[in-house]
Design a protein around this ligand. Structure first.
Ligand code: C2O
Ligand code: CU
Ligand code: CU
Length: 505
């Protein structure tokens, strides 16, 4: 009997020590740091521009097919990935303001998907939200008229509870909008030459070379990778042939918050954010980009030199939990810029870019508060049968979006671009939040007051979404839905899930 008690105590002791050891390891484990360790041996892949045709009604028609394949992401040729019209990622769609576009989205996967046009102002029925899944083998053909300023938008899946995995496997692409009416002379604009998409994503790999979809221990934001790819290229370099290069940065990660800088600390010029160009260029040395955000920057290069785009911890440093468990202390070498021995001179960047009309909070018809905490918004998880807000078309609203706890989040809203009026703690609005935005970082216990105008597309049946863009959080229900209804319309009879794009549909 006594022997068994001793054995039991020994087992308890060993388990206790193991747990304590695990805790110590978790708390002292070094951050991921690839600075100075990346060889930059591969030329940066530039996603091809999607081909399109003009149909009999003058519409520009694109085809996108979600499919599975195999890619070489630096661990041999056989990494299982997903892509649009290819094995990994998708082509860049490009259209002009005023054009009517149709995208035939077909689902070549074995599970439901949707494609959402992130940042695009379009009718809710065309928006690709989770209420309208595209079944395997089915095609959905949303169409709309592009009507917003020139911008760097993107597209990605948005299926109910499956967005993180689908995006992580490679379903994402850019959607560039040109606006001939407000073309700014002097900005680099040759796609893939001096105007380059930079889709940044973090990945981890299994020992067999597959994408590792496991969570880092302690992570409260889903998958965090230990290496960074740009446009799917590991260790990428970009050959720069002009004195100024325009990088269209997109944080297409599922959870990671980047904070970009250049390796020698030189400044770069911020010219645009989510919804388009800023009123004027801003010199920056650091640029934080939360999940889903975009920024357009210009980097000045001298002949023959090399400089590395890096990502480091947020500044000022986040709290302990964010730093330790949510990747907030990690550093990455992202992309090497290699200037040619002679550089073609670029144009002169004008001191004024565009003129953005400012929305006036005094005109707001409605004020709302949205608190992001645990996996809820205002205490609720996403429910198809519950409408979280009903907005009247032709009105302006002011929303306070706030993070109520320690885990970082990223607020995103469909349909509209917003302007940031101020922060909830009174700190000034930084240049990267001075223009049109559709996504904004919510640091622990902080938030923003934003203003937006719902000018179009009343539909009493089909909701738009707002959510945390940490995709795991979105999948776990950190999402709400809103309707835009016509002024004076009867209150909508919302019936929940509908609009299924079934097989053969
Ligand atoms: Cu980029 Cu609702 O998402
Ligand atoms: Cu979106
Ligand atoms: Cu979140």
């Amino acid at each position: 009997m006594r022997k068994w008690i001793f054995r039991g105590l020994a087992v308890v002791l060993v388990l206790g020590l193991a747990a304590a050891g695990g805790l110590v390891w978790l708390l002292t484990r070094p951050a991921v740091d690839t600075v100075g360790k990346v060889a930059f041996e591969r030329k940066l892949a530039v996603p091809p521009l999607a081909t399109s045709r003009t149909d009999g009604q003058g519409r520009r028609v694109f085809d996108l097919r979600a499919q599975a394949g195999e890619s070489d992401l630096g661990r041999g040729k056989g990494t299982a990935t997903w892509g649009y019209n290819g094995a990994h990622l998708g082509p860049t769609l490009r259209a002009k303001r005023g054009e009517r576009v149709v995208v035939n989205v077909s689902n070549g996967l074995a599970e439901d998907t949707t494609v959402h046009w992130h940042g695009m102002h379009l009718p809710a029925r065309m928006d690709g939200g989770p209420q309208a899944p595209i079944r395997p083998g089915a095609t959905f053909s949303p169409e709309w008229t592009v009507d917003q300023p020139a911008a760097t938008l993107w597209y990605h899946p948005h299926p109910h509870e499956r967005t993180e995995k689908q995006a992580y496997r490679g379903l994402a692409g850019m959607f560039l909008i040109d606006d001939p009416g407000t073309d700014v002379a002097g900005l680099p604009h040759e796609y893939g030459v001096d105007d380059v998409p930079v889709m940044v994503q973090d990945k981890s790999f299994t020992s067999g070379g597959g994408l590792d979809e496991g969570w880092r221990l302690g992570s409260d934001i889903g998958i965090l990778g230990d290496s960074v790819l740009v446009n799917g290229t590991p260790g990428p370099y970009l050959d720069v042939t002009t004195s100024l290069v325009r990088l269209r940065l997109l944080n297409a990660a599922t959870a990671r918050f980047f904070n970009f800088s250049l390796s020698d600390g030189r400044p770069f010029t911020l010219i645009g954010t989510d919804g388009g160009l800023l009123d004027r260029p801003h010199e920056l040395r650091r640029l934080p980009l939360s999940v889903g955000e975009r920024a357009e920057v210009l980097v000045a290069m001298k002949p023959g030199e090399r400089v590395v785009l890096r990502s480091g911890p947020p500044a000022p440093a986040d709290d302990f939990a964010t730093g330790r468990f949510q990747g907030g202390r990690d550093r990455f070498d992202v992309l090497e810029l290699r200037a040619a021995a002679t550089l073609r001179p670029s144009g002169v960047v004008p001191p004024k870019l565009v003129e953005t009309p400012r929305l006036d909070p005094a005109t707001a018809a409605q004020k709302r508060e949205m608190e992001f905490s645990t996996r809820n918004i205002n205490g609720n998880k996403m429910e198809h049968g519950r409408m979280d807000a009903v907005v009247t078309r032709d009105t302006t609203e002011v929303w306070t979006v706030r993070n109520g706890h320690d885990t970082p989040h990223s607020f995103h809203i469909h349909d509209v671009q917003f302007q940031v009026l101020g922060s909830t703690d009174g700190s000034p609005v930084p240049p990267q939040l001075s223009g049109w935005k559709d996504t904004v970082y919510l640091p622990a216990h902080e938030g923003w007051t934003v203003i937006m105008r719902f000018a179009d597309f009343a539909d009493p049946e089909t909701p738009y979404m707002f959510h945390c863009h940490v995709l795991r959080h979105e999948d776990e229900g950190m999402m709400g839905q809103f309707l835009v209804v016509a002024p004076g319309a009867a209150p909508p009879q919302y019936a929940g899930q509908h609009g299924d794009h079934g097989a053969g549909g």
